[in-house]
Design a binder for this molecule. Structure first.
Ligand code: TRP
Length: 329
């Protein structure tokens, strides 16, 4: 069994692309591995959120993950900032991380370009904090998207360096958790590309029925098929892809047939798609609202999660301090 650790960015709400892209797999994965899920709230400080925004988005994301089916009875779910051990390991790892290698990471160079007015030291050492998050639980697998592969590579480097430097075989080198073919890419509603928050084409899991319907009815289409058995254009294929994720297979077949014989009415397709998205997301919204409005429950879960996570974190830190020479007289 692997120890799997997933770090969650505490920015913004989840959309259906996030659900089918990763969350659905996370829910499954928690039954097959020892899983840690945590919200990377320290990392989000690199962009200077207001205290209210920071607190609000952590609560939002925490409640959303639980509403999606992450089960705190099975997995360990916690906030990064509740583990003082992580900050300490970060400090220790920083001594063996070099400015040159940190400056060369793509994500750092991107940030320098995107926020030249705020190139803080936290941005530079972002991969070190991420490595601390991972190796403090001696995780072996980490589900990461393409944009995080380099950070994971840095984690391996720091783990290897530690082992080498202190002549131990202490930290495992974590690799990417691969979901293989089950990874579904949900496209946006604007005709091309994937669904994303920054693309402004997303349907959020917390969107109400009216909002969902409005967004779907506005989705980009084309002028309609003109020949029998024509391949759908990209915007139409995108609607079919979303439909495949949320609708019954008969519904998808019905509209695909209508497309093939040129009788399709996009208004009907969208109406059905909107209805099916609403039906699909309804239980999520209900569960989310229950959890989100119950601060006592949330507090209890956060505390229990921290307590569970600190078992492995404090053990690692104790070992690391000892290995490095911080010993009692
Ligand atoms: N950097 C990750 C992201 O932007 C979030 C993250 C922080 C993370 N620490 C992590 C992911 C540890 C995996 C493991 O998505």
């Amino acid at each position: 069994m692997d120890i799997v650790l997933s770090g969650i960015r505490s920015t913004g709400k989840l959309h259906i692309g996030n659900y089918f892209g990763a969350l659905k797999n996370f829910v499954k994965m928690q039954h097959e591995n020892q899983c840690y899920f945590f919200i990377a709230d320290y990392h989000s400080l690199t962009t200077h959120p207001t205290p209210a925004d920071l607190h609000g988005s952590v609560k939002q994301v925490f409640a959303e993950y639980l509403a999606c089916g992450i089960d705190p009875e099975i997995a360990t779910v916690f906030l990064q900032s509740d583990l003082p051990e992580v900050s300490e390991l970060y400090l220790l790892l920083n001594m063996n991380a070099y400015i040159g290698e940190l400056e060369r990471t793509t994500s750092f160079k991107d940030k320098v370009r995107l926020q030249p007015e705020n190139v803080n030291a936290g941005l530079l050492t972002y991969p070190v904090l991420m490595a601390a998050d991972i190796i403090i639980h001696r995780a072996t697998k980490v589900p990461v998207g393409k944009d995080q592969e380099q950070n994971l590579e840095m984690t391996r480097k720091f783990a290897r360096r530690f082992n080498h430097m202190y002549k131990v075989d202490y930290f495992p080198e974590p690799t990417a958790y691969n979901f293989g073919k089950t990874l579904v890419k949900i496209p946006g509603l604007d005709g091309s590309g994937k669904m994303g928050k920054s693309e402004g084409n997303a349907i959020y899991l917390t969107d109400d029925a009216k909002t969902i319907t409005k967004k779907v009815m506005k989705a980009v289409t084309d002028s309609g098929p003109t020949m029998q058995d024509q391949e759908p254009s990209e915007p139409i294929q995108n609607l079919f892809t979303i439909m495949q994720a949320v609708s019954e297979s008969e519904t998808l077949d019905y509209f695909k047939d209508q497309y093939k014989n040129c009788t399709i009415r996009y208004g009907d397709l969208k109406k059905q798609l909107a209805e099916d998205i609403v039906r699909f997301t309804d239980p999520f919204r209900e569960k989310f609202e229950d959890i989100y409005s119950n601060n006592t429950y949330l507090r209890k879960l956060v505390n229990e999660g921290a307590e569970k996570a600190r078992v492995s974190a404090s053990q690692t830190l104790k070992d690391v301090r000892e290995i490095m020479g911080f010993k009692a007289f």
